[in-house]
Design a protein around this ligand. Structure first.
Ligand SMILES: [Zn+2]
Length: 257
């Protein structure tokens, strides 16, 4: 067997990691795909919802036009999220307790795999919570994914409650974004896992890290635009590549902010 264990560039990627003491991961849908979570455009998406454009369902305009429909869609999605479990990639990342996880995923599979909640920066929020739709109200509550709630009002202010996720056209949560930004400006290596790096502003984190001297390792079956910014790309699924990449690696210093 070669030093690459059948995965081209693996040895080079492991060499970069071994030279790095400030390492963070930046993940997208590809990290959770092997757990069975469909992306918006997954052909398996339930026929009931296939006729809707995601922008009609995951947007303020869609919510204002038909809040019950949006909440019903999230109820359907939450039932799917209730059944998924971490895969080998989540477990490989969780085995690096000092590594900060910046993710665009709204699931909690990293936390389920054992990552401390304060080490996961959820840029797009969490589907496990509802929040008040009013910007002036900070009400927030956990929801039961098995029995997701229907449309209901905020107990504090009477506005609608809605999933605590970032919809199309909405800003990322400022505090989380600022922490991710500061982190990426001070890294030796950023692992980019399962994200196409086409959605801004989150994709700008890769550029930011690169400009500040970080090396970039991309893990994606189709490295695409993220791969164009990479020092090395591993063209494999997250579940295939991350256990090989991180085996024996032990991040010593916490690159927290
Ligand atoms: Zn409220």
């Amino acid at each position: 067997m070669s030093r690459d264990a059948g995965l081209p560039n693996l040895a080079r990627a492991r060499e970069i990691l071994s030279q790095s003491s400030r390492v963070a991961a930046f993940s997208g849908a590809g990290l959770s795909a092997e757990s069975g979570l469909p992306t918006f455009r997954d052909p398996e998406t339930d026929a009931l919802w296939a006729s809707y454009d995601p922008s009609e369902l995951a947007s303020i305009d869609g919510f204002v036009a038909n809040p019950a429909r949006v909440i019903d869609w999230y109820g359907w999605r939450r039932n799917r999220y209730a059944r998924v479990r971490p895969n080998a990639a989540h477990r490989a990342l969780a085995a690096q307790p000092k590594m900060i996880q910046i993710t665009q995923n709204v699931d909690n599979l990293l936390e389920q795999a054992g990552v401390a909640p304060d080490r996961v920066y959820h840029l797009h929020g969490s589907i496990l919570f509802d929040r008040c739709h009013s910007d002036d109200c900070n009400y927030r509550e956990a929801v039961d994914l098995e029995n997701p709630p229907g449309l209901r009002d905020c107990p504090h202010c009477g506005n609608r409650l809605r999933p605590a996720v970032v919809w199309f056209g909405e800003n990322l949560p400022l505090d989380t974004w600022q922490r991710a930004h500061a982190l990426c400006a001070a890294l030796d290596c950023l692992l980019v896992v399962g994200t196409s790096a086409t959605v801004y502003p989150a994709a700008g984190l890769i550029e930011l890290a690169r400009r500040n001297g970080s090396r970039i390792i991309v893990v994606d079956p189709n490295p695409g635009e993220a791969g164009a910014q990479a020092d090395v790309s591993l063209a494999a699924t997250a579940g295939e590549a991350l256990p090989l990449l991180l085996e024996g690696f032990n991040l010593e210093s916490a690159s927290s902010t």
